[in-house]
Each structure stands twice: as structure tokens, then as C-alpha cells.
Design a protein around this ligand. Sequence first.
Ligand SMILES: Nc1ncnc2c1ncn2[C@@H]1O[C@H](COP(=O)(O)OP(=O)(O)OP(=O)(O)O)[C@@H](O)[C@H]1O
Length: 691
Amino acid sequence: MPPAAERATKETAPRAAPALSAPQRALHKLGLKRDIDLALHLPLRYEDETRNIPIGQAREGGTVQVEGVVLDHRVETRPRRQLVVRIADDSGELTLRFLHFYPSQQKAMPVGQRVRVRGELRVGFFGKEMVHPAVKAVTEDTPLAQAMTPVYPASAQLPQAYLRKAVAGGLQRAALGEVLPPEVLPPGLPTLKQALQLLHHPTPQTPIAALEDRSHPAWERLKFEELLAQQLSQLEAKRERARLQAPALKAEPGGLPEQLLAALPFSLTGAQHRVCEEIAADLARPQPMHRLLQGDVGSGKTVVAALAAAVAIGAGWQCALMAPTELLAEQHFRKLVQWLEPLGIRVAWLSGSRKGKARQQMVDMVASGEAGLVVGTHAVIQQDVNFHRLGLAIVDEQHRFGVAQRLALRSKLEASTLEPHLLMMSATPIPRTLAMTYFADLAVSTIDELPPGRTPVLTKVFADGRRDEVIARIADEVEAGRQVYWVCPLIEESEALDLRNATETHAELCAALPGRSVGLLHGRMPAADKAAVMAEFSAGRMQVLVATTVIEVGVDVPNASLMVIEHAERFGLSQLHQLRGRVGRGAVASICVLLYTGPLSPSGKARLKAMAGTNDGFEIARLDLEIRGPGEFMGARQSGDALLRFADLAQDAPLLEQAREAAAVLFSRHPAAARAHLERWLATRAEYLKA
Ligand SMILES: Nc1ncnc2c1ncn2[C@@H]1O[C@H](COP(=O)(O)OP(=O)(O)OP(=O)(O)O)[C@@H](O)[C@H]1O
């Protein structure tokens, strides 16, 4: 075993050690268990204890360190009880004030004692003063700190001094020797060891601002290392996958896919054709496909999924399609049934709300192979669901599934000897930097063309004061035979301070539109009720649908031409774009009204402006990444794990490019170095690199 791996195993092995002390427990709680964890626990900021400022030159604002001799001290009782100590150096005087003090504190500062004092300087009634400074008795020979003092992210149970010592020890013990050959390193960067040494203990000459804003070469090195590890783990995953076997799924001439194409009421767009061919080529290979199908809202991904399913089923295998919400799964189910059942394919439906006998019947159909296609929510991956011959798994909006669910799906797939092909679909286009990191081992097919005859949605931003105008517009739209969505952010008054809730808006619209059918749809309704409301709206019997964000993805009613989003400032940019995608799905010109309640925050304003400015999903995704940052963009918050600790994809794109090139070189020419680097980093954060 290579030394790094040996070390990692030893250090991760459970120890039969005695109970931990409170600060040790606090260290563990912060994830600081091994030397390398400690070495990578970097300071938030630094304190400069390397020099004393002459009192006369010390300025207000910011922390300063001075040294002086105690002139006198007294206890005042007014306006409140406090200890007041005056000190002086050659250049001036400074008053120290202690509101809560012990007699011992007073004794520690006798007249004539030399003290080194650190605190925030302000100019008060009595001139320069510090309240509750840190005081240390010194002599003229007491040396100053040789390096800046790091201040670490800590917790209430963890004193800074203890943490400092622990980190310094970890840094000294951690094995940080260079493992990367010079040819893959960007020029001008320090070694990892030098970088960490500098980040923990900068010298008095180091430009602290560059450390604190993470632009210093020491930071670059760390970010590069992290991105490199991530790229390497992606390459490794790709290689692993290439070793797996999958059924080669090919369509016969005149087979199911061709029959489906012939039966569709439209012909495919050029982009749909292209991605279908890419997918078909993958399916025909005996290695598992690992492909992301991305396309803007309404670009026609479902039919591409149906064609892929037809290839698998035509070749004698089963297909499973999983969506994150019941409503979305149900929309897919309806369309797929409509397209595939006429071709003689049985489609099973599995969801959380289908229980008992009906569920068992479906489970049996899946197990016997009678169902060619299974559509559902995560109910598809429940323990008792066994496939007869699963050849293709399609996962819609996969980033919305939690990490645990994704792993469960993977283990279900691994149960058979042949791996199924995997197609992921997303309506949230993934910006290039993200695609390069989290999906580096993923083939991507993009539908970059909308079906013909669509008129772009016109987006208007209105203050809530113009609500009546908007309601009048709804009446016109309904009069013309069209349908309307009204989206609200929350359903219960108690959940927010002043948000109008869907129920209230529903009542308001019912009153304003007498004789019209106005429906209500929200996340807490039983699934059957939701489906019933949706069916009414889809069939055109309901003119207005007031809904919470349950309609965000997948709802497809081409006759809907107006969408009103209330409290639009509370929604994320991608979410707004998804919602807007529910209109403009037919030939009719559609409008999306974003109602906001001011005053707007700068990012709220930026989001609404972006929405009014573009209909392009890729542009929206890019802006979203810029406004929110990648962690939230990917829903990483939900999985509780920030994906990258040091690098920032919005800012470090050039470094990412370098890491990608370096990973390819390392992987092919220096496999031992690649392994050593991965082991070092995997030992620190196995979860995020593998997720
Ligand atoms: N080539 C085409 N020509 C005309 N209509 C099409 C074409 N492809 C798909 N459609 C129709 O366009 C609508 C949107 O398609 P679909 O629901 O597949 O989009 P999507 O990409 O899944 O969108 P979303 O992510 O918004 O749900 C559907 O009504 C579908 O039948």
C-alpha cells in the first residue's frame, strides 16, 4: 500500500482511545480529526502582533497593538463602576477601561509596569482609549510575534488558542511532500507545504489583503490542488464505468422507435434528431451510457426520452423513468402512455400515494417484465421493486434528488450483473464551469432549438400596486378562450410575515372572475386532489389555476398564455425561468407578469431585470450562477455539503481549465502521482469528491 493510503487507513480506523476532552470533541465536530484536516483548516483573518504602533500614531478604527508603561489606575463608580488605567509611551497616552474586572486584574497592572496591549482604538471623551483590551505584562526585551496571528473559524466550545495550537501541530505533522511533477503545475505557485505554511503563518511582509480575499498565489495553489483532485476523481469514475458491461440496445429497421416517430403528431426538430442519434449510439454500445440531456423549458425533452425508452423496450429490455415530484412524474406518465401504449407497450405507474393492492399489481408487472416502462417518483427505487430486465434508467431533474436517493438508485442498478444505461434530463442548463467539474465524466446532449411556431414569452415586471390591472388582463385572456396560471410562494399565512397566500389569492380571483372556474393547487393537497385539479386545467374546463410552485416543472398546457407570479422577488432566477416555461408552449403569444412588493434587495432587482431581459435558459443559468454561487445553484445546501471548499467556480474558471488539462496529463503520463494526489485529497473529503 502506498504510504499516503496507509496513513489514511490508520488515521481513519476507529480508535479504542479513551473519552475525548471537551475541546477535542469540539474539534471533531468541526471535522478536524486528522493532521491533514487540521492543516487544511485555514484562517478567516489575521491579527498583526508582529509590531507595536507608537501610541501617538495609532488611529481610530481597527485593532492595534501598542506598548506602554502604567501611569496610574483608579476605580470609577460613575457613570458606572469601572477600572480605568492610563498608560503612556514616548509618543502619547492611552486610557484602558474595564467594565467588569477582578481585583487581580488591577494588581497585574501596577504603576510602572510595562504592558503590551491589543484592542480596538477609539477616541472618547478622555482622548484615545480602548475598552477591554487584551493586556500582557512584558519587559523591554519580550520578543514580538515573528508571524501574523491566524484567527480560525471556531465554535463556542473551542477556544481560539487551543485551536491555534492544534492546527499548528497538525500542520507540522501532516505529510505534505510534493507529489505533482512540475510539468502539470501552473507556473509561479508555491508548493502545497509552502502555501499552507504561509496561509497559517504569514510573515510580516505578506500582503494580508491578498490572503484575505484569496487571490494570493498560496491560495491559487490550494484551489488548483482541490480542482485537480476533483477532475482526477471524475476521470477515474469514467474509467471505472468503461470497465462495466451493459446490454447493447439497438433498434431494428421498422422497430418501435420508428413506429413512434411515425405516430407523433409533429416531426422532430433538428436538435431533437441530433440528440436522439447521440443517445442511440450510446445505447448500442456494450458499456453503460452516462449522458445528460439538457434543453431549455419546453424544448421537447420528453419525446426524446420516449424514443430512448422505445429503443430499450424494442430490444427486449425494460426502462424506468424517475421524476422528483409526483406531479412531474404524472405529467410524464400521461404523455408516455399516450405515445407508447398504442404501440403495445405496457406502462406501470409507481408513486408514494399508490398503495396496497394497486401498488402490488404494478410491482408484479415490473418483476414479470410485463411492464416495458415504469414511470414514477422515488417509489421506483423502493426495496420491493425488482426489475425483470432493466436496460435503461432515465432520471429527470436529477439534481433535485438528494444524495441518498441518488445512491439508492445506483445500488438498485448495481444489483444486476449488467449495468443499465443511464440518461439524466435537466431543464436547468448547466453552465460550462459546472459541467466541467461535477459532470466532467458525463456526456452531454443539448437541445438548443425550440419546436417551430413558438412566440417568445413577453415578460413584464409590475409593482403589486398594479394588481387590479393584472386581474383585468386575466379577464380578457379568459374571455379570448385562453388559460391563466397565478403562482404564489406560500400557502399559509403563519409561514411568513406578509405574503399573500395562495388560498387568499384564490378567493380574490374567484370574486373578481364570476362565472369562471378558478382552481387551487398546492403542495399539501392529497395527490389525488392535485391530479384532479390538474386534469381539469389540462382539459381546458378550468380557466385559471392558482398554484404554489408545485407546477414549477413539467406541466404542459399549450393553451395557457398568461402567467402571473406573485412576490416574484422571493423566487430564485432558475425557478422563475422554469415557471415562465409553463406558458409559451403553443403558438399563441404569451405573457409572464412578475409582481413584486418593494423595496427590492439588490439581488432581487438583478433577478427581475434578468428575467425581463432574456428568455434564454443558458443566459439565465449563467446569471443565476453569478448571483447565487454554485453551491446553491446545485442544491448543495440541501445535501448539507458544500461541494468545493476552496475554489469558487464563479471566479476560478481559468484555474479550473488548468486543472482539467493537468488532470489529463497526470492520468495518462504519471499514474502514480495521480493516485498519490487523489489519495491525499480523498482522505480529507471523500464525500464531496465522490458525490
Ligand atoms: N418537434 C416538436 N414539434 C412540435 N411540438 C413539439 C415537438 N417536440 C415536443 N413538442 C411539444 O412541445 C411541448 C413541450 O415538450 P416537452 O414537455 O417534452 O418539453 P420539455 O423539454 O420536457 O419541457 P419542460 O422541461 O418545460 O417540461 C409538448 O407539448 C410537446 O408535445
